[in-house]
Design a protein around this ligand. Structure first.
Ligand code: UDP
Length: 329
C-alpha cells in the first residue's frame, strides 16, 4: 500500500514508518518538524514538511494516490495540555479535522489513529478494557477522545475505514530510531539520563500509591510491538467501520521495578530521589489486551521490560545528545 505517516519524524511515527517500509509498503512522511527530528525520518521515505493546520498544503500532500494514513502527529504532553490547552484543541483537534477533510477530498479511505489510554482517565477497574467509561482528566486526553469521536462520525457518514489504537506506555527503541523529547518527562528516558549522568538523579513521583510497593504501575509496550500493531491495523481497516483497540501488553510494572530493571540492564547505580506524586497521575494503568490480540492477531514480540530498557539504552548510548547532536563515534 502507499501510506502517509503524519508525525513520521517523531518517536512512534518514525519506528512505525520503518516497520511499514520493512513490510513492503511505500511510505511518505508528513511532519512539520516542530517536535519531530529530520534525522529520525527513515532512509528511503520522502519527507513532506507540512503543518496539519495548513489545509491547502495538506490537501495537496494527500493528492499523491494514497491508500491509507497513519495519523501520529499530535502534541502529547499532559502537563503542557493543562497549562496551554489551546495548543491541544488547535493542533490535535483542528489538525485532525483538517486531515479528515483532506483525506475525504482525495478519496483516501483508510485511517489508523494514535489514540491514548488517557481517554479513560482514572479507571475504576484494571485491566482497562475498551468498554471502560471515557472520562479524560486533562486536555490531552480530551483532545484525543474528541478525535476518536470525530472519526466514528466520519466512518458512519462517509465510509471511512478506521482503527484507533489507544496506547499505554511506549518504551524502547528500534535501530536508529528512539525517544528524544525536550523537555523529557517520561520515566525510562529520564532513568537513562540519570544513568548517563545527564541528570543528577531520577525522581520517583509518589511512594504512597495503593500499589504493592507504593509507586505507580504502568503497562510498558515495546515501540516495535506498537509499530507492528499499526501495520496490522492498516492492513485490516473495514470501510464504514471505526474500531477502537487498546494497545498494551497487559502487564504492569511499578516505577521502582522499572528503575531496578534499568540498574540490571545498564549495570549502573542510578541515583533516585523520592518526590511527591505528579498531579494527574493515576495509580495504575494496565491494558486489557484480549481484543487487539483477537481482532488483529497481534502478539507482542518483546514483552519483557528488560528488553525494552536494553533497546532504549542502546539508543541513549548511540545518541547521548539525542537527534540534535551527531551520533557517538
Ligand atoms: N515518573 C517518575 N519519574 C519521572 C517520570 C515519570 O516517577 O521522572 C512516573 C510517573 O509519575 C508515572 C510513571 O512514572 O507514574 C510513568 O510516567 P511517564 O511520564 O513515563 O508516562 P505516563 O504514564 O505519564 O504517560
Amino acid at each position: 500500500m502507499r501510506l502517509l505517516v503524519t508525525g513520521g519524524a517523531g518517536y512512534v511515527g518514525s519506528v512505525s514508518a520503518r516497520t511499514l517500509m520493512a513490510a513492503g509498503h511505500d511510505v511518505v512522511v508528513l511532519d512539520d518538524l516542530s517536535r519531530g527530528h529530520r534525522a529520525a525520518v527513515p532512509d528511503g521515505a520522502e519527507l513532506i514538511e507540512c503543518n496539519l493546520l495548513d489545509l491547502d498544503s495538506l490537501t495537496t500532500a494527500l493528492s499523491g494516490g494514497f491508500d491509507g494514513v497513519l495519523h501520529c502527529a499530535a502534541f502529547a504532553l499532559v502537563g503542557e495540555s493543562v497549562s496551554q490547552p489551546e495548543l491541544y484543541w488547535r493542533n490535535n483537534i483542528t489538525g485532525s479535522l483538517n486531515l479528515l477533510d483532506a483525506m475525504r477530498a482525495n478519496g483516501v479511505k483508510s485511517l489508523v489513529f494514535s489514540s491514548t489510554c488517557a481517554c479513560y482517565g482514572e479507571p475504576e477497574v484494571v485491566p482497562i478494557a475498551e468498554d471502560c467509561p471515557t472520562r479524560p482528566v486533562n486536555p490531552y486526553g480530551e483532545s484525543k477522545l474528541a478525535v476518536d469521536r470525530m472519526i466514528t462520525a466520519e466512518a458512519a457518514a462517509h465510509g471511512l475505514g478506521a482503527i484507533s489504537l489507544r496506547y499505554f506506555n511506549v518504551a524502547g527503541a528500534s535501530g536508529p530510531c528512539g525517544e528524544d523529547h525536550e523537555p523529557e518527562t517520561h520515566l525510562i528516558p529520564n532513568i537513562l539520563r540519570a544513568a548517563q549522568g545527564r541528570l543528577t538523579h531520577v525522581s520517583i513521583f509518589g511512594t504512597d500509591y495503593p500499589t504493592p510497593d507504593g509507586t505507580a504501575v504502568r503497562d510498558y509496550i515495546h515501540v516495535e510491538d506498537l509499530a507492528l500493531a499499526h501495520q496490522l491495523a492498516l492492513e485490516k481497516t473495514t470501510p464504514g467501520e471505526h474500531r477502537i483497540l487498546n494497545l498494551g501488553n497487559g502487564n504492569g510494572f511499578s516505577v521502582r521495578e522499572v528503575i531496578e530493571a534499568a540498574r540490571r540492564v545498564t549495570g549502573l547505580e542510578i541515583p533516585v530521589v523520592e518526590a511527591p506524586r505528579r498531579e494527574g497521575d493515576p495509580p495504575m494503568l494496565v491494558a486489557a489486551s484480549a481484543k487487539i490480540r483477537a481482532e488483529l492477531g497481534w502478539e507482542p514480540k518483546h514483552p519483557e521490560l528488560d528488553s525494552m530498557i536494553a533497546d532504549a539504552w542502546a539508543f541513549a548510548t548511540a545518541r547521548p545528545g539525542g537527534y540534535s547532536e551527531p551520533p557517538a563515534a
